[in-house]
Design a protein around this ligand. Structure first.
Ligand SMILES: *[C@@H]1O[C@H](CO)[C@@H](O)[C@H](O)[C@H]1NC(C)=O
Ligand SMILES: *[C@@H]1O[C@H](CO)[C@@H](O)[C@H](O)[C@H]1NC(C)=O
Ligand SMILES: *[C@@H]1O[C@H](CO)[C@@H](O)[C@H](O)[C@H]1NC(C)=O
Ligand SMILES: *[C@@H]1O[C@H](CO)[C@@H](O)[C@H](O)[C@H]1NC(C)=O
Ligand SMILES: *[C@@H]1O[C@H](CO)[C@@H](O)[C@H](O)[C@H]1NC(C)=O
Ligand SMILES: *[C@@H]1O[C@H](CO)[C@@H](O)[C@H](O)[C@H]1NC(C)=O
Ligand SMILES: *[C@@H]1O[C@H](CO)[C@@H](O)[C@H](O)[C@H]1NC(C)=O
Ligand SMILES: *[C@@H]1O[C@H](CO)[C@@H](O)[C@H](O)[C@H]1NC(C)=O
Length: 465
């Protein structure tokens, strides 16, 4: 009887068993957030964080071809926030994530070759856990439970709440985002999003080695050129850390804030996305570069970009400057920027007839080479600038306390990448006395229109300091 039926049974088992395996696997082994030494994650299996927010597994799911180990938002498997083997794809669905004898995370291909390693050393009892933050953390199994490796230290193209970019000043280690090559290719692309730690910290997008977009320097509230950050500060706490050990930027989500992520796309766009649970879609809260004026240095040195101006004349020169190459400027080539009309007096270090004109509503120029002093007032900043002939402009460092701000940024080199932004801040530009007089005469009428309730003299006092 049995022997007779065996062939049928076998073929039946061949069909049924795979289904049984799949269903029992999920029933018998409830999805875990922990991978212990000796176990592994194979293609098709996942780790899911304790609250279910994030999933680790192989992707693209259900598609033959290149396969990657990654972490994604469980609500949207296309929202991949970290990729292990981005430049070393697996070519079949037989990869496995294991913990090595020395506590390293290894991604093994079907032939047993290591295609990716966390390159860490710990003890044999290492455990790996996918946290609710989306961070994959490897911990020493001994009593200390010290973190030996974490995915948050190795960003891909996404900054999640709790992550940071910038620099460890002790080790020189840097954290930054690197774009995918394209929307469906996680390979390392050309764009990078860094926190530039020179001068005043600011975030910069690079294409290869070239600066292509800048947020403007951190002013205590937001990045000078991303005033939008003020409109969603009820959801996020921005963290700019500037200490002897590190200069970093990151953010955390306040309680009740939906899922969010900052993504550097394959075509060089930086986006802040927030998950809308009702429409089950990501909403774009910010995207940069926004417009022509966000293109780095679009109007050249001492040029001022006005995105509201007609498309033929968005570039102008700052007060007291005129195009360095008027013919080229006429032909819309503004790359040579502007030069000063009247040379500065500078004085002999004791007194000078130079003064300042305030440019209001701007994204501050590139601060990469600017010098900073957080400990002085804006008035002291002005005095310091006037006393040194090489000072071309100044601005407050910190606007948190309100008023005109405190601290001091001093520019000694060409002002680059200056633009107008809604809700922008003030920049104090040094000009020769005759230029200030010219400004005073020609702008009386214009200024009094700004606020008719002010006597124009008071306004001038505000604008010419
Ligand atoms: C993964 O675990 C399974 C079951 O424990 C085992 O049979 C398999 O050999 C492991 N694979 C790797 C690559 O370690
Ligand atoms: C690990 O080390 C190898 C060999 O030095 C290197 O090729 C690889 O990029 C490293 N992996 C990571 C994730 O840093
Ligand atoms: C735990 O392991 C780490 C790394 O191997 C080691 O530095 C530490 O001393 C160990 N702690 C204990 C309590 O064994
Ligand atoms: C910017 O351009 C708009 C539109 O032409 C104009 O109304 C505005 O005055 C300009 N802003 C400045 C500061 O020049
Ligand atoms: C600067 O000089 C140019 C030409 O020399 C002139 O057209 C322009 O009006 C001057 N600007 C100011 C603010 O004096
Ligand atoms: C900073 O100064 C150096 C040396 O003068 C110059 O080569 C570089 O272009 C400057 N960088 C920026 C971003 O202005
Ligand atoms: C002006 O600033 C430059 C650059 O920081 C410095 O080398 C020079 O000594 C300063 N001059 C005076 C008179 O303070
Ligand atoms: C004009 O000045 C008055 C008095 O300081 C102020 O209340 C008002 O908000 C100002 N209006 C504008 C448009 O700035």
């Amino acid at each position: 009887m049995w022997s007779k039926n065996e062939p049928h049974l076998q073929s039946l088992l061949l069909i049924v068993v795979p289904f049984l395996l799949v269903s029992t696997a999920s029933a018998a082994n409830p999805v875990s957030d922990i991978l212990d030494k000796g176990r592994n994650i194979t293609d098709g299996e996942t780790l899911v964080s304790a609250g279910g927010s994030f999933t680790l597994g192989f992707f693209p799911p259900g598609v033959l071809g290149k396969r990657y180990l990654g972490i994604w938002f469980s609500v949207d498997e296309d929202a991949i926030c970290w990729v292990a083997n981005r430049d070393h794809p697996l070519t079949d669905a037989h990869g496995a994530l294991v913990i090595s004898d020395t506590g390293s995370l290894l991604l093994i291909d079907s032939s047993g070759q290591v295609v990716w390693s966390s390159n860490t050393t710990g003890t044999a009892s290492t455990t790996v856990q996918l946290l609710e933050s989306g961070n994959l953390v490897s911990r020493d199994g001994n009593a200390s439970g010290a973190i030996t490796w974490q995915s948050f230290d190795h960003p891909s193209n996404t900054l999640l709440p709790g992550m940071k970019i910038g620099k460890n000043l002790w080790t020189g280690e840097e954290w930054y985002l690197t774009s995918w090559r394209s929307a469906d290719d996680p390979a390392t692309g050309n764009f990078r999003y860094i926190t530039d730690t020179e001068g005043v910290p600011q975030n910069v997008m690079l294409d290869g080695g070239k600066r292509i977009y800048r947020t403007g320097p951190w002013n205590g509230l937001w990045f000078s050129g991303v005033t939008e950050m003020g409109t969603y500060s009820d959801m996020f706490i921005y963290r700019l850390t500037s200490s002897p050990s590190e200069i970093t930027y990151g953010y955390v989500a306040k309680a009740g804030t939906p899922f969010s992520r900052l993504v550097l796309t394959g075509d060089g766009l930086f986006r802040r996305l927030v998950w809308d649970t009702s429409s089950r879609a990501w909403k774009i809260f910010f995207q940069g570069p926004r417009d022509i004026c966000d293109q780095y240095g679009r109007c050249g040195a001492f040029g001022l970009c006005n995105a509201s101006a007609p498309s033929t004349s968005f570039c102008s020169c700052v007060r007291g400057f005129s195009p360095a190459s008027p013919m080229q400027w006429k032909m819309r080539d503004t790359s040579n920027g502007c030069r000063r009309n009247v040379t500065l007096d500078c004085g002999n270090g004791i007194s000078t007839t130079d003064g300042f004109v305030v440019m209001q509503g701007v994204k501050l120029p590139d601060t990469h080479n600017a010098s900073v002093d957080a400990s002085i007032t804006l008035e002291e900043c002005r005095t310091r600038c006037l006393a040194n002939c090489s000072c071309l402009a100044y601005a407050p460092l910190d606007l948190k306390g309100g008023g005109t701000g405190t601290g001091c940024i001093i520019w000694r080199e060409d002002l680059m990448d200056l633009r107008l932004v809604d809700g922008g801040q003030s920049l104090y530009l040094r000009l020769a006395k005759t230029e200030l007089a010219h400004f005073r005469r020609s702008n009386n009428a214009e200024l009094s229109q700004v606020n008719r309730s002010h006597p124009s003299r008071f306004l001038l006092g505000l604008l010419l300091v």
